[in-house]
Design a protein around this ligand. Structure first.
Ligand SMILES: NC(=O)c1ccc[n+]([C@@H]2O[C@H](COP(=O)([O-])OP(=O)(O)OC[C@H]3O[C@@H](n4cnc5c(N)ncnc54)[C@H](OP(=O)(O)O)[C@@H]3O)[C@@H](O)[C@H]2O)c1
Length: 266
């Protein structure tokens, strides 16, 4: 599979990061913004635009008539599948999606951001083959193949693993301020979060500690007495998940039932 020339459409966080990494790997890369792209020389066309714009870009490429059966066209959305490129079906090009499972808050020269992260691929046989070759070229590992039907659940998982982690950090910071910790609240929960992630990567679910794991219903009750609104709703829902894990880890049934009562009473 030849991937010597890559055209990237979309000069944003993902597009520019991939462009830099590909150039460093010796690939010839052309990056396009909103202008009509000339992709006839490219082996692979990588579309890195917002999810809702992928269909428009595919339509524009189809109208320009430069995509042929020898091309491979992949987009980088975590949610959308090859059907987002349906406008290109008549060209005979191989179509698919290629999602680097990483968060890109800004374009970066730090190419470690790609090394050792999963590449999640979906699409036609030839698109999958190209997706594997692209991932190998950039050092992504593991390479995980999923079906189109699996993409929404996969992407929701990524939202939990990344976006909602930021949300949880912000809730902790705000509660710290309410508790009187002041400006220190911005920093003081960070080592706790980092250690928790590090423990989780070493021992998995055994890294769960805290009142629910210990069966300490009194502590849960005191927390609930000071939480209101969405923070309370989240505490209750996450608490029920924590209780499920604590039960699996052997929490005494009477303690589990006492906590369950608190977490389901609302
Ligand atoms: N950010 C992440 O953490 C991340 C991680 C993995 C995958 N992804 C996926 O990668 C894709 C791109 O995300 P991103 O975060 O890189 O977005 P982004 O930073 O907002 O960049 C999107 C780029 O696409 C351009 N664009 C928008 N509409 C276009 C169109 N119709 N034709 C050509 N270019 C157009 C934008 O140009 P203008 O500046 O002119 O608007 C911008 O340069 C999305 O599918 C996203 O789901 C993102």
């Amino acid at each position: 599979m030849t991937l010597d020339r890559v055209a990237i459409i979309g000069a944003g966080r993902v597009g520019l990061t991939l462009a830099r990494a590909l150039i460093r790997s010796g690939t010839i890369v052309n990056v396009f913004g909103r202008e009509v792209p000339t992709v006839d020389q490219a082996d692979l066309v990588l579309i890195a635009v917002p999810d809702d714009a992928i269909g428009d870009v595919a339509t524009r490429l189809a109208r320009a008539g430069t995509i042929t059966g020898r091309h491979i066209v992949l987009h980088t959305s975590g949610l959308r599948d090859r059907s987002a490129l349906a406008a290109l079906e008549p060209t005979g090009a191989a179509l698919g999606s290629w999602h680097p499972l990483q968060t890109f808050a800004m374009p970066t020269d730090d190419l470690d951001v790609l090394v050792g992260i999963a590449a999640v691929i979906e699409g036609d046989g030839r698109a999958l083959e190209a997706g594997r070759a692209l991932a190998e070229r950039l050092g992504l590992q593991p390479i995980v193949e999923i079906t189109a039907a699996g993409k929404p659940a996969y992407h929701a998982a990524a939202v939990f693993a990344s976006n909602y982690l930021v949300v949880l950090a912000e809730i902790a910071r705000h509660l710290g301020i309410e508790a009187g910790a002041g400006a220190a609240s911005a920093e003081m929960f960070r080592p706790l979060m980092q250690r928790t992630l590090s423990n989780y990567s070493h021992v998995g679910v055994a890294s769960l500690t805290g009142p629910i794991k210990r069966g300490d219903a009194g502590t849960v009750e005191r927390h609930l007495a000071v939480l209101t609104g969405d923070q309370r709703t989240l505490y209750l829902a996450l608490g029920r998940e924590a209780l499920r894990l604590a039960r699996q880890a052997g929490l005494e049934p009477a303690m589990a039932t006492a906590i369950e009562r608190l977490l389901t009473a609302g």
